[in-house]
Design a protein around this ligand. Structure first.
Ligand code: NAP
Length: 312
C-alpha cells in the first residue's frame, strides 16, 4: 500500500475541495485532494448554472473542469477513486486510510459533500437503475416520449423536472405541500411549462413495476386519498444528507450529521476543517462551497505554519 505525506489533505473534490486546494497550494503548503470517484462533485451533474458570478450560463461539468484546471495550475496533487475506509483525526499526523493508500497530513479539510436522500418507500431501492434515478441529467435521454415523475419542491426537483421535459412527453411533479420551495424565478419557468403537471399535497407511498417501474402510488396528505399514476420513471429530489460515514463520531455533528464548524471552518478537532455541503450551513451553492474552501484553507495554512514554528 502506498503511503503519502502532505501538509494538507482535502477529502472530496467538489467546488469546496478545489477552492480549498487552490488557496492551500497558493499558501505554499503541500496539498492533495482525494475523492471517492472522479473529481468534480455534485455540480458535475448539474445541467446548467446561471448564478455563479462571472458566468452568465455554464454547464456544471464545464465549471468543475475549470476549477480542476485552476487547482492543477498551482500543483495540487489529485487522487481520484479513493474510497475512504477510516480516518484518525486526533493522531499526529492525522491519518486517512483508503482502499488503495494511506495519507498522513498535518491538517485535514473535509469536503465530502452530500448525497441524495431516499424516499424510503417500497420499490425505491429495488428499482434503482430500472426506473428510479437520482440523476436526471444522466438518465433523462432514456425517457424520450415517456412519462416520468419527479418528487420534491426544491430547486433540484423543479430544475430537473424542466430538464426532463426536453425528453419526456409528460412530467408529474409530486410535492408534499401546495407551494414550492424552489427560487421564484425557477418556479415561474416551471409553471409556464405545459409538460409539467403538479401533484400537490401528495407523498409517494410505493413505487411499482415488474422488470421496470410502471406506476407510483401517491397519497394526498390533506384528503388521505390514494391514487396510482402510470409512469415509466421516477426521480426523487427531496434533499441531501452529508457524506460522513467514515468519520465515526470523531467530530461534532448536528442531528442530521452535518459537521459543526466555527467561522474559520474549524471543526471540534484542531487542524481539521469542514467546508461546503458537508457542514452545517444556511446556504448550499457552488459559490458558498467555494467561499468555505477559501476560508478553511487559509486557516489550515496558518495552522501548518504555526506547527512549523513550534518545531523549528
Ligand atoms: P431542498 O432545497 O432541501 O428541497 C427538498 C425538497 O424535498 C423540499 O421541497 C421538501 O419539501 C421535499 N422533501 C424533503 N423530504 C421529503 C420527503 N421525505 N418526502 C417528500 N418530499 C420531501 O433540496 P434540493 O432541491 O436538493 O437542494 C439542496 C440545496 O442545493 C438547496 O440549498 C438548493 O437551493 C441548492 N441547489 C441550487 C441549485 C441552483 O442554484 N441552480 C440547483 C439545485 C440545488 P418541503 O418544501 O415541504 O420542505
Amino acid at each position: 500500500m502506498n503511503i503519502y505525506e502532505f501538509d494538507t489533505v482535502i477529502l472530496g473534490g467538489g467546488p469546496a475541495g478545489f477552492a480549498a486546494g487552490i488557496y492551500a497550494a497558493r499558501g505554499a503548503v503541500s496539498t492533495a485532494i482525494i475523492d471517492v470517484s472522479m473529481l468534480g462533485g455534485q455540480p458535475s451533474n448539474y445541467l446548467e448554472l446561471e448564478n455563479y458570478p462571472g458566468f452568465l450560463k455554464i454547464g456544471g461539468y464545464d465549471l468543475m473542469e475549470k476549477f480542476e484546471e485552476h487547482a492543477d495550475l498551482f500543483g495540487v496533487e489529485k487522487f481520484p477513486m479513493q474510497e475512504i475506509v477510516s480516518v484518525d483525526l486526533l493522531s499526529t499526523p492525522k491519518v486517512i486510510i483508503t482502499k488503495e493508500a494511506e495519507f498522513k497530513a498535518k491538517t485535514v479539510i473535509i469536503a465530502t459533500g452530500a448525497k441524495s436522500m431516499k424516499l424510503g418507500v417500497a420499490g425505491e431501492l429495488e428499482f434503482i437503475g430500472r426506473g428510479v434515478s437520482y440523476c436526471a441529467i444522466c438518465d433523462a435521454a432514456f425517457y424520450k416520449d415517456k412519462v416520468v415523475a419527479v418528487v420534491g419542491g426544491g430547486n433540484s426537483a423543479v430544475e430537473e423536472a424542466m430538464y426532463l421535459t426536453k425528453f419526456a412527453s409528460k412530467v408529474y411533479l409530486i410535492h408534499r405541500r401546495n407551494e414550492l420551495r424552489a427560487d421564484k424565478i425557477v418556479q415561474e419557468r416551471a409553471f409556464k411549462n405545459d409538460k409539467i403537471e403538479f401533484v400537490w399535497d401528495s407523498v409517494v407511498t410505493q413505487i411499482k413495476g415488474e422488470d421496470l417501474v410502471n406506476s407510483v402510488v401517491v397519497k394526498n396528505v390533506k384528503t388521505d386519498e390514494i391514487s396510482e399514476i402510470s409512469i415509466n420513471g421516477i426521480f426523487p429530489y427531496i434533499g441531501i444528507a452529508p457524506n460522513v460515514e467514515y468519520i465515526n463520531g470523531q467530530i461534532e455533528q448536528d442531528k442530521s450529521g452535518f459537521i459543526l464548524t466555527d467561522e474559520t471552518m474549524k471543526t471540534s478537532i484542531d487542524g481539521v476543517y469542514a467546508i461546503g455541503d458537508v457542514r452545517k450551513t444556511l446556504l448550499r451553492q457552488v459559490i458558498t462551497a467555494a467561499a468555505d474552501g477559501a476560508v478553511g484553507a487559509v486557516h489550515a495554512v496558518k495552522y501548518v505554519e504555526a506547527l512549523k514554528e513550534v518545531t523549528v
